[in-house]
Write a protein that binds this ligand. Structure first.
Ligand code: ATP
Length: 292
């Protein structure tokens, strides 16, 4: 078990407070009545089988979707349902599929992430006045600092598309950090990585937490998530099934059953599964009867 994990005092500030979040797409309820909090200093994991609603829930937190029901608060304030306003408020994210500007340099990609923190307006930019130049220099310095933090300072002028896969993932994180977030949402940060790259990512996330940024992370790699997180929540068919310490969640037979696809009493969708199984059993009996 991870020894670097800090214990979060009960009194720690609640950074994220999502309550009763439901998201429906027509007849499909992708997320149903999910409550989740993240406190200052915490790394929280969100797990669940494919299609459980994890990314949809992230999209509800970041203003990409307006939840059908429920509220999302960041440091006590209800978030506006617009991605750039959510970023401005202090939540940054990365995506499941890398979304870098492939033909821009590594440094330029990080600078793009700074734009919500740059106050200089259009006229100032066009006239390139002293205010603009000062802001530009400050953004440049901050971007270089972040590249140093993730270890890509020597590749600042490389095109993003020429970076190895692991470095592209790191660059996405640096771009998210450029908006000076208080909460970072990571959607499958180690997808497609080899064990060595996964280990580096783990260390990077601990370092981000140590910078005072709370982290909420979706991941399928259980070893990674249980080693990294202070708390883990498991979604199954849009509902939060279990939440607790990595030890509790790991030992919960409902989580194991959800991953192995074994229905259990009270599981979301268990009634439907039972109906299908009963119908299948019935048709098998009939077929056997007919061939005799
Ligand atoms: N924009 C959309 N319109 C309609 N249905 C959607 C939309 N986005 C997601 N869904 C559906 O909502 C459900 C949850 O999908 P989601 O991508 O959130 O799951 P997930 O847990 O992130 O899965 P994975 O681990 O495979 O990424 C799925 O049934 C998916 O098909």
């Amino acid at each position: 078990m991870n020894t670097m994990t800090t214990t979060t005092p009960e009194t720690a500030t609640t950074v994220l407070d999502a309550s009763g979040v439901t998201m429906r797409f027509g007849g499909l309820t992708a997320v149903r009545d999910v409550d989740l909090t993240v406190k200052a200093g915490e790394i929280v994991g969100l797990i669940g089988p494919n299609g459980a609603g994890k990314t949809t829930f992230f999209n509800c937190l970041t203003g990409l979707y307006v939840p059908t029901e429920g509220k999302v608060r960041y440091k006590g304030t209800v978030l506006p349902p617009k991605p750039h306003l959510v970023t401005q408020a202090g939540i940054a994210r990365t995506f499941q599929n890398i979304r870098l500007f492939a033909n821009m340099t590594v440094l330029e990609n990080v600078l793009v992430g700074r734009h919500t923190r740059t106050k200089e307006g259009l006229w100032s930019a066009l006239l390139r006045g002293p205010g603009f130049k000062k802001a530009e220099a400050a953004s440049h310095a901050r971007a270089m600092e972040l590249l140093e933090f993730i270890g890509l300072q020597d590749k600042a002028d490389h095109l993003a598309r020429n970076l190895p896969y692991g470095d592209q993932r790191k660059l996405e994180i640096a771009r998210a950090l450029a908006s000076d977030p208080g909460l970072l949402l990571l959607d499958e940060p180690t997808a497609g990585m080899n064990p060595q790259e996964t280990r580096v990512t783990e260390e990077l996330i601990f370092a981000i937490r140590d910078m005072g940024i709370a982290v909420l992370v979706i991941e399928h790699d259980m070893r990674f998530i249980f080693n990294l997180c202070d708390r883990v929540a498991c979604l199954v068919q849009g509902e939060k099934l279990v939440e607790g310490t990595p030890g509790d969640v790991q030992a919960d037979e409902r989580v194991v059953a959800a991953y192995l696809g074994t229905p259990f009493e009270g599981a979301p969708g268990a009634d439907e599964v039972a109906e299908v199984e009963a119908a299948e059993a019935h048709s098998t009996t009939r077929t056997e009867g007919e061939t005799q």
